[in-house]
Design a protein around this ligand. Structure first.
Ligand code: HEC
Length: 118
């Protein structure tokens, strides 16, 4: 109930002021990981482990939690809907054990070109 009020308030605020909505959303629901923390998993090559079929159940759960949190962060640049869609595609591919789908979704350059500050 309180949450619904909060959500509608955010929706109204988004229409009125994008910036205000950002700060409200961040206060109420802080994502578990920052984008940079998620990218550390890429540096550790956890995504490659999954692509090679070597990821444990824990590895996969870690990646799923990371990408779910990533989608809750604001992308530094780029379309917010696309950012959410990209994060969701990563989560979906992991949950479905879909390596081809994951490979496409995890394409570093595609996402960096769209969402990372130059
Ligand atoms: C779904 C989008 C997305 C995908 C896929 C993605 N990245 Fe990123 N990455 C980002 C964004 C956004 C940033 C900028 C984060 C920031 O500035 O807060 C970033 C930043 C980084 C950074 C810099 C982190 C830092 O501490 O400044 C590294 C390293 C990185 N990515 C590695 C990778 C690698 C390697 C891959 C591919 C295996 C990859 N990323 C795939 C979105 C993505």
């Amino acid at each position: 109930m309180v949450r619904n009020v909060f959500v509608s308030a955010v929706v109204v605020t988004v229409a009125a002021s994008w910036l205000v909505a950002v700060s409200v959303a961040e206060d109420k629901e802080k994502p578990k990981y920052t984008i940079k923390e998620v990218m550390k998993l890429h540096k550790d090559k956890l995504h490659e482990k999954f692509l090679e079929g070597k990821a444990s159940k824990e590895d996969k759960e870690k990646l799923i939690a990371a990408y779910e949190a990533m989608g809750k962060n604001k992308a530094p640049v780029g379309d917010e809907k696309e950012w959410t869609a990209k994060s969701e595609a990563l989560v979906k591919a992991l949950k479905a054990d879909d390596k081809d789908g994951f490979k496409k979704a995890v394409a570093c350059k595609t996402c960096h070109d769209a969402h990372k500050k130059k």
